[in-house]
Design a protein around this ligand. Structure first.
Ligand SMILES: Cc1ncc(C[n+]2csc(CCOP(=O)(O)OP(=O)(O)O)c2C)c(N)n1
Ligand code: SF4
Ligand SMILES: [Mg+2]
Length: 369
């Protein structure tokens, strides 16, 4: 930790990183009051504070949209890059390749990822880039005044847009097809579950795609749309209750607002068998953290790709807002591990490290002529 960390005053509670909650906040939001994106930004602040994350060890990324503006509203001390519309994945891939010690945190929208940025979205997943990729999904292009996005419900009628004729793209299905190693769907109105799943995603190695249904209260908040608060409140079906336990035990010491109940460690369980309703199972992550899933839907197993596809298909057919961790594979190597990089992050290699020895240069030159 750097010497420049602020000294907390006598009454300011700090976490194990020596930081107060205020150290994780961003600028005041300029988004509409009640926008789902604001509540997600607040959860990101809480998650990073409670996990004792040093903000300088994160890189923030986004594209263009109201959702993509939101990194300004959390983690002031973190470097961020607001890319071109739909181009967040390539910026993030380059930056995280350049510094393998950093964890990426990207926020995009349904327009940014599923419309203009669909090609980039697919490739960042198959490369298993080490980042959390949040899609704040509201079914519309909020920033440009509410046009239908590629995730809008078929048949949705909006005053200024008419009727949407097309079938929606399902972010989680696309993530599954592209072999993302952590996929979750959440509802911004369920703050507790958003927080727990975000913690698990931050501890996951590789890409964690989180499709958060995040109502646009200005342009798409009618009760008949999948993306409204009314619909989510009435129809959310949680597959499991998620609680996350961080490997570092200091996580549990006095972190203000930590709602995680202590669950005694259990031996690693391979989630092969069906789960019965009410059963608690544990998924171990590579850093020793674990996710406890209290099963609410009989028989759901999030480590089984076929099962994940089945529940997504079923949810789509029935218009269910199914939330929870849809799929997880903690065993796959992330991009930087696959690439056989040196331990020192590439951006910290010196000229001396990079310049080939004179004998090596002579050998290369002799081969060329
Ligand atoms: C190349 C390009 N095309 C179009 C736009 C206009 N534009 C800005 S934001 C946006 C859509 C954003 O929608 P979404 O990602 O869903 O974010 P939201 O505002 O809904 O959170 C569009 C079409 C742009 N900025 N750049
Ligand atoms: S227009 Fe919609 S998406 Fe944009 S800030 Fe307002 S409520 Fe949020
Ligand atoms: Mg949108």
């Amino acid at each position: 930790m750097s010497d420049s960390l602020p000294m907390a005053g006598a009454n300011v509670q700090v976490n194990a990183a020596g930081l107060s909650k205020a150290d994780y906040r961003g600028a005041p939001s300029t988004l509409c009051v009640g926008c789902g994106h604001n509540s997600i930004a607040n959860q990101i602040v809480s998650v990073c504070y409670e996990m004792n994350i040093v903000p300088e060890n994160i890189l923030k990324f986004s594209g263009i949209g109201c959702s993509s503006k939101s990194p300004t509203y959390f983690l002031n001390r973190t470097f961020g890059f607001n890319g071109l519309h739909g181009r967040m994945p390539s910026v993030a891939t380059g930056a995280l390749f350049g510094d393998r010690s950093m964890r990426g945190l990207g926020v995009s929208g349904d327009g940014d990822s599923a419309s203009i940025g669909m090609g980039q979205f697919k490739h960042v997943m198959r490369r298993n880039v080490n980042m959390v990729y949040i899609v704040e999904n509201n079914g519309v292009y909020g920033l440009t005044k509410g046009q239908f996005s590629a995730t809008a419900d078929k048949g949705l009628e909006l005053k200024k847009q008419g009727t949407n004729m097309y079938l929606p793209v399902d972010i989680c299905m696309e993530a599954l097809a592209s072999r993302a190693t952590f996929i979750a769907r959440l509802f911004a109105g369920n703050a507790k579950q958003v927080k727990e799943v975000l913690k698990a995603a931050m501890a996951h190695r590789g890409i964690a795609v989180i499709d958060i249904i995040s109502p646009c209260v200005t342009f798409n908040n009618q009760e008949n749309t999948y993306y409204s608060y009314d619909f989510g409140k009435a129809n959310e079906e949680m597959m499991h209750e998620v609680s996350f336990q961080q490997a570092d035990p200091s996580f549990h010491q006095g972190s203000e607002g930590s709602s995680i109940s202590y669950i005694p460690p259990k031996p690693e369980i391979m989630l092969e068998a069906d789960m019965i309703e009410g059963e608690i199972r544990e998924v171990k992550l590579h850093d020793g953290s674990s996710i406890q899933l209290k099963n609410l839907e009989k028989g759901y197993n999030p480590t089984n790709r076929m099962e994940a596809m089945r529940v997504l298909e079923e949810a789509q057919e029935n218009n269910w807002l199914l939330t929870g961790i849809i799929y997880i594979d903690p065993s796959k190597p992330a991009l930087t591990e696959l690439s056989n990089l040196v331990d020192t992050p590439l951006n910290r290699l010196t000229e001396k490290d990079l310049r080939p020895a004179p004998e090596t240069m002579a050998k290369i030159n002799s081969l060329m002529f």
